[in-house]
Design a protein around this ligand. Structure first.
Ligand SMILES: C[S@@+](CC[C@H](N)C(=O)[O-])C[C@H]1O[C@@H](n2cnc3c(N)ncnc32)[C@H](O)[C@@H]1O
Ligand SMILES: [Zn+2]
Length: 354
């Protein structure tokens, strides 16, 4: 589906919350007079100057400028280290293997909204199977790269939206699939409201915007990530903060970092509760190994009988590094104790709207 038709079917006017129409000439417009045309393939619906991963903004911009003016070939920019500094490497940003999880979803003839789409790691592979993909992010630089990727792949069914997912308003029963990968834990940042309420409120708005029979895919860290017991954190939190009771983590964060503790993560039980509270049913987990950020293996069960042999082969073949070997031993022990599901560092979580 073309971008204007796609957007007018899922988005409401940011000014009056009325429906949007796509008259002609690639314009989106509302009865209240609000209208917008895309700029270089990007719809700036809610102006937002935020930047996610702050330190490299100038160099990323310079790289994107050069690429847009034809100074760097597309493959060169795709494999550039600059692209993904702070984001684990270009396999994370632009590789296709992380999107294998999309095989768990029915995308045929479906409309997908990718909330916090980043560089398009899921949006691009999804667009090859779905009817249309609306890819939303507040970091403009990421969308500029996504726009180049869309053009390079000659995709015509992707609508790229610049804006804050908290402010955008969705038509009810308008999309089939919602992707929320690496986003939910960031949403309460800078807001004064209780972080859990922010997260549930956001999931409820997705639920309302979704058609009956639709699916949500969440990708997020486990609060009981074993590395957190060693002081590792994923979002700049204080060491051990994810594991502490939240009021204590909040006091310590205020004292030592001068802001609130907002990166709320949950256990498996906690995620089930969160999704149920937002209205989703049929909640189930898919286990990305070693994590959703570097997926090489996806499993719906971590029973040693089903995955043990394959995992062993993967770990033994993939690396002789001590860290990887230790990771494998820990995972094997946890599987034997039937505890791997509880302690796996990250989860994919699927929920349905009946
Ligand atoms: C961890 S990255 C994940 C990107 C992508 N989903 C992936 O897994 O590769 C989080 C993304 O969410 C975006 N983001 C964070 N808060 C947002 C908000 N309120 N509205 C829109 N995008 C947001 C950031 O700009 C960033 O691109
Ligand atoms: Zn309006």
């Amino acid at each position: 589906m073309a971008a204007t038709g796609l957007l007018s079917s899922v988005l409401r006017c940011p000014k009056c919350a009325g429906p949007l129409s796509a008259p002609s000439g690639g314009l989106l417009s509302s009865f209240c007079g609000w209208n917008r045309a895309p700029e270089a393939g990007i719809w700036k619906i809610e102006r937002d100057s935020s930047y996610y991963f702050g330190d490299d903004r100038a160099s990323i911009r310079a790289l994107l400028d050069t690429a847009e003016s034809g100074g760097v070939s597309f493959p060169a920019i795709m494999s550039s280290d600059l692209l993904s500094r702070g984001d684990l490497g270009s396999d994370y940003a632009t590789g296709w293997n992380r999107a294998d999880i999309l095989q768990w979803l029915d995308l045929d003839n479906k409309t997908v909204v990718d909330f916090g789409c980043g560089w398009g790691t899921y949006a691009i592979p999804a667009a090859f199977r779905a009817d249309g993909v609306v890819a939303v992010d507040r970091t403009f630089e990421r969308l500029r790269l996504l726009s180049m990727r869309v053009r390079n792949e000659k995709l015509t069914n992707v609508a790229i939206v610049h804006g804050d997912v908290q402010k955008l308003r969705w038509m009810v029963h308008s999309f089939d699939v919602a992707l929320v990968i690496g986003l939910l834990e960031w949403l309460p940042t800078g807001l004064a409201t209780n972080p859990r309420s922010v997260q549930v409120g956001f999931l409820k708005r997705i639920f309302d915007g979704m058609k009956s029979g639709g699916s949500l895919l969440l990708g997020i860290e486990n609060r009981l990530n074993p590395f957190y017991f060693l002081g590792h954190t994923d979002h700049g939190e204080l060491p051990f903060a994810p594991l502490l009771p939240r009021p204590l983590a909040d006091i310590l964060t205020r004292c030592l970092k001068h802001h609130r503790f907002t990166h709320f993560l949950y256990t498996r039980v906690g995620y089930r509760r969160l999704l149920k509270e937002a209205g989703f049913t049929g909640v189930r987990f898919v286990y990305p190994i070693p994590s959703y950020k570097q997926t090489v293996f996806l499993a719906s069960s971590l029973a040693p009988e089903t995955v043990g042999k394959y995992l062993r082969e993967h770990y033994v073949q993939s690396s002789l590094r001590l860290g990887r070997r230790l990771e494998w031993r820990a995972l094997k022990a946890a599987m034997r104790l039937r505890a791997a599901e509880v302690f796996l560092p990250t989860y994919y979580i699927l929920g349905l709207k009946k």
